[in-house]
Design a protein around this ligand. Structure first.
Ligand code: AMP
Ligand code: DBH
Length: 547
């Protein structure tokens, strides 16, 4: 499988360099430079570990050597499936330095998703924690090796287990420390890693991000979000996700010499204790978590007064909730609307309340091109709702190894079709109105209707299935599966269990199951799944027999 690449037309690339966006930096060099500048200053706090910039730098060097000594070559892909622990950083910076590409998976992903990443990404190794949140990732790793022979190596943070053939990360690190291999620094225009898409149609796609383009977003996000070397950023959401990773997130924090504090759980119980102990100044949340945090803040005995900015994104924040943030938490709210493919929008910290409450912000870059078009692709008049298309200095021009998706998702002149329906206000502020295609945004976790339908159709007692989103007071949206049974009607719990047994992330299990004898005349007559889903969604209110 080819080495992942990503390029922009030469004239655009030249413009992005001339504007000072792309500066020829790589992640490996940035860390080296910060270790020189900040030395013993603490970079990462997680569990009972506190790593300085110098220590992270040393660990990354050892990891880079160990990866190369293990037989991996620059350009290879390694699945990084880790929770919020310090080793996340020694692994990814080690890979960056060796020119090997991390492929980030979320802790919630299970064997079906990981197998898909391993196959489509051509991964040669898999790194996970021994266990997290009650799940033993070593069983997943065993299954992965059996299913995908290309995955030659497994590294485990913690106990690798007896007779597994896996390597404990601590041993791997020690090997690297004893090695004299000299890694070759990749080029800044090389792909640094593969991020994953939320999978709006079908399965997740792989997103190749270059050093130059990603580091640009960190630098400007830091400036826009007020991240400085004095900041303390709490990683509460899973840091493998693009939002807490880069907007400006944990990597933005390291880029300016700030401190990263890791929470293995996004709950306020875990987060508040860390905010007090580490004097956290900033964190990022999805809307449902924000609600829980606000409720808990009213009763907590922890001191939260160091917190000055809370960023909220991943799913739409409703104005009624946005309005309560400052009074409830005494912080500035920043709305963030972004995507792993690129474009990120922020409300600015000094924007008027009205903008902060009612919009999802404006783009990072003056060179982010935003087009809002109707169904036929024609630009809509200013202020009207349409499909959001974008291109610019950090939005990808194509997915890795997926020509079919590239045909669908990019225009001929290089715009990425985000699938989001938005309107633009004066000043370039965007208001997200919804999605054009059928994915469910469940508390910021994206679920493809199509992917779940395919799994439902594999059930012996399912004749047909359609999965739709339903508005939910707490989650924003929840998922509902309409099912036409084949023979005996299965029980709703059995359907949910079926999805779990397919080795999928728990958030993909339908929240609600509705059995119907047939799709109604109007629904059944629809030629596309998309129209069928729309009709079913509209019917939902009147439907009984759900669980
Ligand atoms: P992903 O594919 O996981 O990178 O998710 C990106 C998508 O999440 C965007 O295209 C939007 O649909 C959604 N999204 C992210 N942030 C927001 C937000 N602040 N408001 C509404 N939707 C959002
Ligand atoms: O949902 C997202 O993918 C997202 C949200 C906010 C994102 O990727 C980002 C900011 O960078």
């Amino acid at each position: 499988m080819d080495r992942p690449e990503q390029s922009w037309p030469a004239a655009d690339a030249e413009r992005y360099r001339a504007a000072g966006y792309w500066r020829g930096e790589t992640f490996g060099q940035v860390l080296r430079e910060r270790a020189r500048q900040y030395g013993d200053k603490i970079a990462i706090v997680g569990g009972d570990q506190r790593w300085s910039y110098a220590e992270l730098d040393r660990r990354a060097d050892a990891m880079a050597r160990a990866f190369l000594d293990s037989g991996l070559r620059p350009g290879d892909r390694v699945i990084v499936h880790l929770p919020n622990i310090p080793e996340f950083f020694s692994v990814i910076f080690g890979l960056f330095r060796a020119g090997i590409l991390p492929l980030y998976a979320l802790p919630a992903h299970r064997i079906t998703e990981i197998e898909h990443f391993a196959v489509t990404g051509g991964a040669r190794a898999y790194v996970s924690a021994q266990s997290h949140d009650g799940f033993d990732y070593r069983t997943l790793a065993t299954e992965l090796k059996a299913r995908v022979p290309g995955v030659e190596q497994v590294l485990i943070v913690g106990d690798a287990g007896a007779d597994t053939g896996f390597t404990a990360l601590a041993d791997f690190q020690a090997r690297g420390e004893a090695s004299t291999t000299v890694p070759v620094e990749p080029a800044s225009s090389d792909v640094a890693f593969l991020q994953i898409s939320g999978g709006s149609t079908g399965l997740s796609k792989l997103i190749p991000r270059t050093h130059d383009a990603y580091i640009y977003t960190l630098r400007d996000s830091d400036r826009i979000c007020g991240m400085t070397e004095d900041s303390v950023f709490l990683g509460a959401l899973p840091i493998a996700h693009n939002f807490p990773m880069s907007s400006p997130g944990v990597l933005g924090a390291l880029y300016v010499g700030a401190r990263v504090v890791l929470s293995t759980s996004p709950s306020p119980e875990a987060g508040f204790a860390l905010v007090e102990r580490e004097s956290v100044t900033m964190t990022s949340l999805v809307p449902p978590l924000l609600l829980v945090w606000m409720e808990a803040a009213a009763k907590t005995h922890f001191k939260l007064d160091t917190l000055s900015v809370i960023q909220v994104g991943g799913a739409k924040l409703i104005p009624e909730v946005a309005r309560r943030v400052k009074p409830a938490l005494g912080v500035t709210l920043q709305q963030v609307f972004g995507m792993a493919e690129g474009l990120v929008n922020y409300t600015r910290l000094d924007d008027p309340d009205d903008i902060i409450i009612h919009t999802q912000g404006r783009p990072i870059s003056p060179d982010d091109e935003v087009l809002i078009v109707d169904d036929l692709g024609n630009p809509v008049p200013e202020g009207e709702t349409g499909h959001l298309l974008t291109r610019g200095p950090y939005t990808i021009r194509g997915y890795y190894n997926n020509e079919a998706a590239n045909q669908r998702s990019f225009t001929e002149d290089g715009y990425y079709r985000t699938g989001d329906i938005v309107k633009r206000l004066p000043g370039g502020y965007l208001v997200v109105q919804g999605r054009a295609n059928d994915h469910i945004n469940r508390a910021g976790e994206k679920i493809s209707a199509e992917e779940i339908e395919d799994h439902l159709l594999a059930h012996p007692q399912v004749f047909d299935a359609a999965v739709v989103s339903v508005p939910d007071e707490y989650l924003g949206e929840r998922s509902c599966a309409f099912i036409i049974p084949k023979g005996d009607k299965p029980r709703a719990v059995a359907i949910k269990q079926w999805i779990r047994s397919r080795g999928l992330a728990d958030f993909k299990v339908p929240d609600q199951v509705v059995f119907v004898e047939r799709f109604s005349e109007t629904a059944a007559g629809k030629i596309s799944r998309k129209e069928l889903r729309a009709t079913l969604r509209a019917q939902l209110d009147g439907t009984k027999d759900s669980a």
